[in-house]
Design a protein. Structure first.
Length: 158
């Protein structure tokens, strides 16, 4: 398996849209009360704004000149206050490997790349959110050494 990883470029948008759709369609399926059906969940202008934001980083996995995975990250600095210590975090906002290319090590290669990138930024941690219903993603994140930091809970009133 010859996978390369590089920074996303403006010209990648059309190739990335199916991956963004995969992520969004899963969320719509498990939480239709929160997520709207949308064939263009990431508008091109928004994608381009992410590319020029120096705190956001989008990396793509390439196999045989085809984009087969993407990870979107964002740097965040937590300011010290009376409750928390100062720290620098790299958030994985989304991660997707094309369905036809899953279970081939691409997700692991992408996350290793992000972990190394985070080390180069000297962040204190790399964090992400994952839906409780996405058991395969939770299993994957555990397999690469991530642990549960917290849990969001809700009660639906309407």
């Amino acid at each position: 398996m010859d996978i390369s990883i590089r920074n996303a470029e403006q010209s990648d948008y059309v190739s990335l849209l199916p991956l963004f759709r995969q992520i969004h369609e899963f969320h719509v399926f498990v939480r239709p009360d929160l997520y709207k059906e949308n064939s263009t969940p990431v508008e091109q202008a928004f994608f381009e704004s992410q590319l020029i934001d120096d705190k956001q980083h989008i990396f793509v996995a390439i196999k045989s000149n085809e984009i087969v995975g993407v990870v979107v990250t964002m740097e965040e600095e937590v300011t010290e206050n009376t409750f928390v210590k100062e720290r620098k975090v790299l958030f994985i906002k989304s991660l997707c490997v094309a369905e036809t290319h899953r279970k081939k090590g691409i997700g692991k290669k992408l996350t290793k790349y992000v972990f190394d990138f985070g080390r180069s930024l000297q962040v204190d941690s790399i964090e992400l959110g994952v839906s409780e219903e996405n058991t395969s993603a939770i299993e994957f994140y555990r397999s690469i050494g991530m642990t549960t930091k917290g849990r969001k809970m809700e009660i639906k009133l309407n």
